[in-house]
Design a protein around this ligand. Structure first.
Ligand code: AHR
Length: 504
């Protein structure tokens, strides 16, 4: 007989709103993410608009991508935006020293990125260069992007074909300043961020949401220093004008930095170690949020996890500097587990960006370098199945008798939300072998018109390729039955299920 797990959801008690920006994305000038992934150039045979791949745009539009972070990552701190504007033939090239030492021709620059965001319907999130750039360079970029009327940067923008300013809210003050972004101490970076943040001005009604480059994983001391030095919160509980949020990065790497493990060849122990690593993001968000609570109990400063996801050894035969990896059902379950955790922290965590959207690390889309064929990954499907949580009110889920576990890893994970009279419940069964039945006790309202979908596969190693593009793809799930108090949902081993219904 199956394991039965009772779960209580009070559908009439709304928690914090799940910011849609928790479903954010990340596109760096790294490997084939931008070039070949998002952008093929106007002369390509791949259907494009201004060089931007239309098949990629169409696939991503189905995810309701709320924001796209660009141009890095580490690349952001060696990027000089003025090299990426004007006629393409005149744009100077540079060496991308972080990622494969390849030449970057700057054909994808500011205008191309903003055009991509417009096609996607996503807000831009631009990471400015603190590591090797100047305050003036950053200040000019903000003016170029967001100022109306007449000014030196506005004239330059207009000369490059764009009359109206763009709306750019999300503004990153550098990236990983403790490492590739300048190898700074927290104190050094905080002082830099004060200057860069000050001169990143609000022009007209464009109000920047400045995001300071935060900690690596569990470096709570970094967060504490930023909260002390970037806030004016101690005395007046008032956020500083030059920082509205701070970030941190956390990747799921169960192996060592030198040998991270393979994306598709792994055993049960590797699998459970991976999911246990992924579950750690709960502890990390709690740790950073606790530090922030000391300085900012009113939660005016946002916490942003602007890089997350699995990081494996590159696929055999590919450039080690391009970070190209396959994506299996295991990666999908890493994603579904992250989202349950993000939803529980919706009061402080305001944005998250998976690394990265196309052809790099835990991607949504993989494109074939020779044929251009596009494949949607299992992770893509989790983003699609979960998109109803964006901007919904979180609903607390209680598991009164506890949940099954493998060592420290709890193998059943749930989260729920409501929006516009619809309830959406996400359920993951992380166990490799054991199915589970979840007895959902829905209190405070009945749910009708229930429909459910499932993402699973014969094996956790299953993945999609151009030859088998739907090896891991969602299907209708008919193993949901009404009970006196709610619903019984059957979860096969290693599966992700979403159940949606209308509040009666
Ligand atoms: O996403 C790949 C890299 O990981 C990013 O450029 C950097 O910020 C992080 O170390």
């Amino acid at each position: 007989s199956n394991i039965v797990v009772p779960a209580i959801i009070n559908v009439d008690v709304e928690g914090a709103v799940i910011n849609r920006h928790l479903y954010g994305h990340f596109a760096e000038h790294l490997g084939r993410c931008v070039y070949g992934g998002f952008y093929v150039g106007e002369d390509s045979e791949v259907p494009n608009e201004g060089g931007i791949r239309l098949d990629v745009v169409e696939a991503l539009r189905a995810l309701n991508i709320p924001n796209l972070r660009w141009p890095g990552g580490c690349f952001a701190d060696e990027y000089h935006w003025m090299d990426g504007i004007g006629p393409k033939v005149e744009r100077p090239s540079m060496v991308n020293t972080h990622w494969g030492n390849v030449e970057e021709n700057n054909h994808f620059g500011t205008h191309e990125f903003l055009a991509l965001c417009e096609l996607l319907g996503a807000e831009p999130y631009i990471s400015g260069n603190v590591g090797s750039g100047t305050v003036k360079e950053m200040s000019d970029w903000v003016e170029y992007l967001t100022r109306e009327g007449d000014s030196p940067m506005v004239r330059l923008r207009k000369a490059n074909g764009r009359d109206q300013p763009w709306q750019v809210r999300f503004w990153g003050l550098g990236n990983e300043a403790w490492g590739c972004g300048g190898n700074m101490t927290a104190e050094q970076y905080a002082a830099e961020a004060r200057r860069f943040g000050t001169y990143s001005r609000n022009h007209g009604d464009n109000k920047l949401y400045r995001i300071a480059a935060g900690a690596n994983s569990a470096d709570y001391a970094w967060t504490e220093t930023l909260m002390k030095m970037l806030g004016e919160l101690g005395c007046a509980n008032r956020p500083a004008a030059f920082m509205q949020a701070l970030s941190f990065h956390y990747y799921t790497i169960p192996g060592t930095w030198q040998n991270k493990g393979d994306a598709t060849r792994f055993g049960p122990d590797d699998y459970y170690a991976t999911l246990a690593q992924a579950a750690r993001v709960d502890e990390l968000i709690t740790g950073h949020a606790n530090v922030m609570d000391c300085y900012d109990p009113g939660k005016t400063v946002g916490l942003v996890l602007d890089e997350w996801g699995t990081w494996w050894n590159v696929e055999p035969g590919t450039n080690p500097g391009f970070l190209y990896q396959q994506n299996t059902l295991r990666d999908a379950l890493v994603a579904s587990l992250h989202f349950d955790i993000f939803h529980r922290h919706a009061d402080r965590l305001v944005m998250a960006n998976i690394a990265q959207t196309v052809n790099v690390l835990q991607a949504m889309i993989l494109t074939d370098p020779d044929t251009g064929a596009l494949v949607l990954t299992p992770t893509y499907h989790v983003f699609e199945m979960n998109k109803g949580h964006q901007d919904a009110a979180s609903l607390r889920v209680d598991l009164p008798t506890g949940v099954p576990a493998r060592d420290t890893l709890k193998t059943v994970s749930l989260s729920a939300s409501r929006k516009n009279g619809e309830v959406l419940v996400s359920l993951s069964n992380l166990d490799i072998d054991e199915p589970a039945d979840i007895e959902l006790d829905l209190r405070g309202g009945a749910v009708t018109d229930v429909h459910a979908r499932i993402l699973t596969a014969g094996a956790l190693q299953d993945h999609n390729t151009p030859a088998t593009p739907a090896a891991v793809a969602p299907r209708t799930h008919d193993q949901v039955t009404a009970t006196a108090g709610g619903l019984r949902v059957h979860l096969p081993a290693h599966s992700f299920v979403t159940v949606a219904g209308r509040l009666a």
